[in-house]
Design a protein around this ligand. Structure first.
Ligand code: ARG
Length: 459
């Protein structure tokens, strides 16, 4: 062989600059395991279809397993001249078992279906790993949720005090976001459950192969029905990038609140020392770096999605070398997501919740105003709009006295419409449990929500 495995029609050697520029080995060596599994599945199918002899298959599998060991024990020499992981492994295979047999592995296959298969296998595996990590995160949130069903805290809209909720109800909101993230991943997995292997360059092959067989060996449900689509498709990677982007939308919101709630202005929570950092100049500082980093990494995560969308946009069919740019951002998003979910989970396990401070905060912002308006509607048959106005006047009076409406003495003096029945409305726990609608903050509803999540985790 001359210059490279594809150099038959070339007379001159490649320029060094081209070799460097064209190579993707540094990035796609991550796919070595998928490449070996894909090749074993392909060779097994070739033997089954009588395209390879049994002894040839055995030699190929033995050689590929040896390469796997070489890579895992760091004995494998990665040489950029081999261009990518697919060529590097194939070249080494021929060195180990001889070119006569090693050279047969690529029968009825192209690097185009090979790379699509390897990449898809990696994306699918990562998808499942992310699902697992999200489940672990939900489990941690459930521990807090079970413990804090009556830990009162203010909810916010526009970051202004809104209504009474419990810490349990609040944290369950995130658990349900992560549950949807898992479902989103599951549906992406289903869409990616079709093997491109056997599609060859773009038009299929004249050998009587059995792509369904190699697909089944690789645990795909089925094969891609159209070979041209199969080698051109990177939707599966885009789907994962989007799924991860949404996960980061959720984690960044949670992290933002952990930052806010741990500040001295709120003091609702304390992040454990083991997940906080100090300042090089201010001795008193304890910074929520983990939360800030996860919030900050969201930028890169969104960028990776936009980057691959843009690479794929308007690409003519079928494979184009542009598509070699598909992996770096995906690998980065996967690693970033896994690292972030692991540390977020570990940090949340050690979260300290300050019930008293949350309760103190409930006494600001007239959180029970809506409850009073609802009381007027329910007990006095007053239209809601009017009730809203009446309670608004009460709020104005409380503001004048410099107190929260929950601290107002003798409401009937301010407005006789508030008889003694109204006094039990001005109670935080009563307010929490007075919510009757499905999905509300009441303890009963929260228990139902915990059950939904636990059933999901069992499924
Ligand atoms: N390294 C290439 C990639 O990652 C492999 C596919 C190459 N196919 C080709 N026809 N040059 O996309």
């Amino acid at each position: 062989m001359k210059n490279s495995m594809w150099s038959g029609r070339f007379s001159g050697a490649s320029d060094e600059l081209l070799k460097q520029f064209n190579a993707s080995l540094d990035i796609d060596k991550t796919l070595y395991k998928q490449d070996i599994e894909g090749s074993i599945a392909h060779a097994t199918m070739l033997e089954n279809c009588k395209i390879l002899q049994k002894n040839e298959l055995d030699a190929i599998i033995k050689g590929l397993r040896e390469i796997e060991k070489e890579i895992e024990s760091k004995r494998f020499v990665f040489d950029i001249k081999d261009e990518d992981i697919h060529m590097a492994i194939e070249k080494r295979l021929s060195e180990l078992i001889g070119f006569e047999i090693g050279g047969k592995l690529h029968t009825a296959r192209s690097r185009n279906d090979q790379v699509a298969t390897d990449f898809k296998l990696f994306v699918r595996q990562s998808n499942q790993e992310l699902q697992f990590l999200l489940k672990e995160l939900i489990k941690t949130l459930l521990i807090h949720a079970k413990e804090h069903k009556t830990t009162l805290m203010p909810s916010f809209t526009h970051l202004q005090h809104a209504q009474i909720v419990s810490f349990s109800f609040y944290i369950l909101a995130y658990a349900f976001m992560f549950l949807r993230d898992i479902k989103r991943l599951k549906s992406s997995f289903d869409l990616a459950d079709f093997s491109p292997l056997g599609s060859c360059a773009c038009a299929g092959t004249s050998y009587a192969t059995n792509s369904l067989m190699s697909a089944k060996i690789l645990n795909f449900k089925d094969i891609m029905p159209n070979a041209m689509d199969a080698v051109s498709d990177r939707d599966f990677a885009l789907d994962l990038l989007y799924d991860i982007a949404v996960i980061f939308t959720h984690t960044s919101r949670l992290c933002e609140e952990l930052i806010l709630f741990s500040s001295s202005e709120f003091s609702f929570i304390t992040l454990s020392d083991s997940f906080s950092t100090g300042s090089s100049i201010m001795p008193q500082k304890k910074n929520p770096d983990v939360c800030e980093l996860i919030r900050g990494k969201t930028g890169r995560i969104y960028g990776n999605l936009i980057s691959l969308l843009t690479t794929m946009k308007a690409l003519p069919l079928a494979y184009n070398k542009d598509m070699q740019e598909d992996k770096e951002g995906v690998f980065d998003s996967i690693k970033t997501a896994k690292d972030s979910l692991i540390i977020l989970n570990a940090m949340l396990k050690e979260l300290t919740i300050h019930k008293e401070n949350m309760l103190k905060a409930c006494k600001k912002g007239h959180l029970l105003a809506t409850d009073l308006a609802d009381f007027l509607v329910r007990e006095k048959n007053i239209p809601f709009r009017k009730a809203h106005f009446i309670v608004g006047e009460l709020v104005a009076e409380a503001e004048k006295q410099g107190v929260d409406i929950s601290e107002l003495k003798d409401l009937s003096k301010i407005n006789p419409i508030f008889d003694e029945k109204a006094s039990h409305i001005l109670d935080f726990e009563f307010s929490l449990n007075s919510k009757k609608s499905q999905g509300s903050s009441s303890v009963q509803s929260v228990e139902k929500q915990i059950e939904i999540l636990e059933d999901f985790l069992k499924s």
